[in-house]
Design a protein around this ligand. Sequence first.
Ligand code: GDP
Length: 448
Amino acid sequence: MTPTVAIVGRPNVGKSTLFNRLVGKKLALVDDRPGVTRDRREGDARLGDLEFRIIDTAGLEEAEESSLLGRMRAQTEAAIGDADVLLFVVDARVGILPADRPFAEMVRRSGKPVILIANKAEGGAGMAGAYEAFSLGLGDPVPLSAEHGEGFSDLFEALMPHFPHPDDVVEEEDHAGKPLQVAIVGRPNAGKSTLINQMLGQERLLTGPEAGITRDSISLDWEWRGKPVKLFDTAGLRKRARVEDKLEKLSVADALRAVRFAEVVIVLLDATIPFEKQDLSIVDLIEQEGRALVIGLNKWDLVADQPGLLKDLKEKAHRLLPQVKGAPVVPLSGLAGTGIDPLMKAVMQVYETWNKRVSTARINQWLSEALEANPPPAVSGRRIKIRYMTQIKSRPPTFALFGNQLDALPKSYSRYLVNSLRESFELPGVPIRMLLRMGKNPFDKGRK
Ligand code: GDP
């Protein structure tokens, strides 16, 4: 799908000139439909390698003064409704006039991505007006001269993030009605088999060295409160890996297999010896595979009498496992059959988080606040410029960050953004991916 871009603004800011420049020589096809769209022009535009449909709301500039504003507004609303991205144009020389404000308001209310353009800024003219444009609250203005063809490189960079990136086209399957895939992993003797047996309410998982042994993870169909669940167990392989020195390696490889099948992974810790090295590497693995995570503190029956332990272990979990910050920590006893309901509730909850979608408007609202609170640093004299962020997929939540010089973005700054995202949009216990997207700007061969 080709994106649609609308040019919006009060009369005389230079919308038609911009339209003509983006559509190119073979001028504006004038759309002759009646009603609101009568005066609007649409065309196929190109900027660098970006191709899009463009709508101009400029046709009314010669209309009669009395009827102008109302029609212009209606037309602008319609154009905004049809567009994926808005170019809001102001006159950098004249500055911001009261007449700009109602249009700015419409743009803001739409919640659609907007690029603020300070037009008529040829040769660096009208900078005062460009600064004034900040006051509209529509972000950084892009200084441009539609007439003289200046500033189109910056316009390209501002526009590029709003176009689909070939790598970002992800097919989202329909998961409704399919069983939730849950893996239970953990060190040998954490109590995985015991828990699964308890869940199934029957001795389905055969214990003992020769039974139930298969190279692949075993999957078992279960139901929790009417919801179908497929459980992936990793106990089987462990049973044949009795050789001590092979134990660690095998159980991690085995966990990996189960993790890959799963949507949500329960990491079962032995509450009497929690957070062993192997537990931490299993969590790393889950993070790398992008799965949602719940931490089960098993054998709670053995430690339930220790006051403050749960609080301690929760704190420890959040400190030792920052990559999945906020993952639910649930005490349980597979042997006694307690805590299974809270465990499954937590599973459902992180599953939802894992599938969560945050709207682009909300993300960018958050982003501008996050950037203001803590601006990105300068590298070799040039400030890293972050322009825009959007969620490109879920399962796990994955965001694309657009800007300049992002390859120089310090890890600590990426972490800051991810942590802030996690908090602001309530994404605990799931890996968060943030991909950096720098534009290959065809106008900008000299720089970077
Ligand atoms: P797996 O290797 O993770 O599958 O662990 P198992 O399920 O085979 O359990 C290992 C040992 O821990 C067995 O002796 C179990 O009886 C014991 N165990 C498992 N769950 C619990 C529990 O909740 N409480 C107690 N006290 N012991 C447990």
